[in-house]
Write a protein that binds this ligand. Sequence first.
Ligand SMILES: *[C@@H]1O[C@H](CO)[C@@H](O)[C@H](O)[C@H]1NC(C)=O
Ligand SMILES: *[C@@H]1O[C@H](CO)[C@@H](O)[C@H](O)[C@H]1NC(C)=O
Ligand SMILES: *[C@@H]1O[C@H](CO)[C@@H](O)[C@H](O)[C@H]1NC(C)=O
Ligand SMILES: *[C@@H]1O[C@H](CO)[C@@H](O)[C@H](O)[C@H]1NC(C)=O
Ligand SMILES: *[C@@H]1O[C@H](CO)[C@@H](O)[C@H](O)[C@H]1NC(C)=O
Length: 525
Amino acid sequence: MGKNCGVGCILVCFGGMILGLLALWIASGRIYMSAIGDPGMETDDLRVAIESWNQCNEVGEEAPNMGSPRMADCFDVQHHPCNGEPPLNHQVREWENRLGMKRKPQDMFETEIINRYAAWKELYLGRKCQASDYQFWMIMLKNGNMDTTAAMCPNNGYESKPFPQSPEFPCFGKGCMNMPSMYHNYTKGYCKSKTMIMKGGFYGSWDLDVDAKEAIHMNDTSYYSVTWEKELCKGSWVFHNLLKTSSKYPWLMLYLRSDATKGFSAGYHYESRGMTQVVPKSPHFKVRFTLDIKQGGGPKSQFYLIDIGSCWKNNGEPCDGDVTSDVTRYSEMIINPEIEAWCKPDQLKQCPPYHTFANGTRVHRTNTTHFPHDAYHIYRAPGNAKYLEEPVKTSDPYSNPQPQEILQILPHPVWGEYGYPTKKGEGWVGDPRTWKLDVGRLSQSLYFYQASLTKISCIIYLNMREFLNFGNDLFTCLMQDPGTTPVERNWTSINVGTEIYISDVGHVAEWTVSNFDILVPWTLS
Ligand SMILES: *[C@@H]1O[C@H](CO)[C@@H](O)[C@H](O)[C@H]1NC(C)=O
Ligand SMILES: *[C@@H]1O[C@H](CO)[C@@H](O)[C@H](O)[C@H]1NC(C)=O
Ligand SMILES: *[C@@H]1O[C@H](CO)[C@@H](O)[C@H](O)[C@H]1NC(C)=O
Ligand SMILES: *[C@@H]1O[C@H](CO)[C@@H](O)[C@H](O)[C@H]1NC(C)=O
Ligand SMILES: *[C@@H]1O[C@H](CO)[C@@H](O)[C@H](O)[C@H]1NC(C)=O
């Protein structure tokens, strides 16, 4: 940011940083630093990319004339007094954004596989956008339709077989898993009464036969757009997001992701690129951002105040791209007040086996008076786990390239300790807030299969359960998947956005995200 803003700004920024650090230090007894390349979204030289996924996080087939669904808008500002349109030096050209299997200059990437092509294109765009140690913010789109008769999505990482369409897997017919159209307004500078505003965006529709520019106003037509805007040298980029479902596309997702700058980020079995330079680990990290939800997206909009994603194997080892043993782990705080706790005393299969309070006290889900059922929407165990505690529901085996584990939580007093909403409606439409979430400590306390059962916690857990006469689970507890070591919970993806889940009519969600930062303990390296 320094090179654009002159000395005054450097001093202000630097002074601000020192004060900020001091404040944090005093507040927490620990010095924190930003883990990401663009702390607080304040860097004028923006780096942003977009990606689109089908139900199993792949491409499947490119949309006609769109290229492979990875694009980027990355530029440096050439500083300029405000007397005309100040020039931005763009690093990615239109022909590069349009690269695809169907329209390639031959041999650009050495692959004939459509899914792999997208992964290569992401690395290529990453090289073009590379800024010191990071590449870009990632906007992620996903179409939840699944053609079960096409067997395009693997079953827990294994090849799947076709089966008849059922309501849990929406699909209007052949081609329902398509990629959306993807149009790009390159970021431009505008002078507005002596201040310079920079603005750009991506938009499109999954309905490929309509004019994407009009789709926002058209009845029963899907649409998405993300625009970003910032005043030069001042404040944060503001990302304005819009997502609209339709009867053909009733299940859509749009997130802003801070992914790791290397390695496998969550939900993805190829090397990917991103914004997070230091992968945060539980329990020591915090996430700060401003969220202003303007339209909620209807009763099924699972708006994620925050969604954290990672990947590790059931035996505690890091993921290596083997989709049969890698397990994607997600935890999400849903803030739509219309989403209810499915975990109930008589629906224990929707709950994690136990809850850990902030003071370390662990309560089993059968302890109806003490277990906070209302704090949990659902728990879904990994489909390849061998020693699950009954009753249990395993995750949808098709919606990820590998098995996955999902824990969705809801606003509840038990999360207040970590700065999360404690009551339904907090932070929802008409209640914009700047959150500072202790995601590190909260995620350390969450149940994940096997992962949190270190020997000691296992023994405490067993003592409690034996004492309470729940039967002897010694075998289950100690015989988690073999070769287990306590897992270091590294969170390679941290996202904000919504998943509008299958609904009968179209819905619109609209929100802005700004000031996003991830804070980790300061280290010398
Ligand atoms: C793209 O640019 C056009 C023309 O300036 C504008 O009308 C439209 O709102 C922009 N869309 C996005 C998503 O940025
Ligand atoms: C809009 O679309 C819905 C769903 O397809 C349909 O029921 C309704 O009649 C349409 N309305 C108009 C004004 O076309
Ligand atoms: C977590 O990250 C560290 C590096 O910081 C790595 O050594 C470890 O293997 C990772 N663990 C998992 C389970 O991915
Ligand atoms: C821990 O917190 C829970 C919930 O607030 C409370 O019921 C319990 O008594 C506390 N335990 C200890 C040891 O303080
Ligand atoms: C439920 O959990 C509380 C808090 O840990 C504990 O004091 C109590 O004994 C448990 N009750 C039963 C029936 O398990």
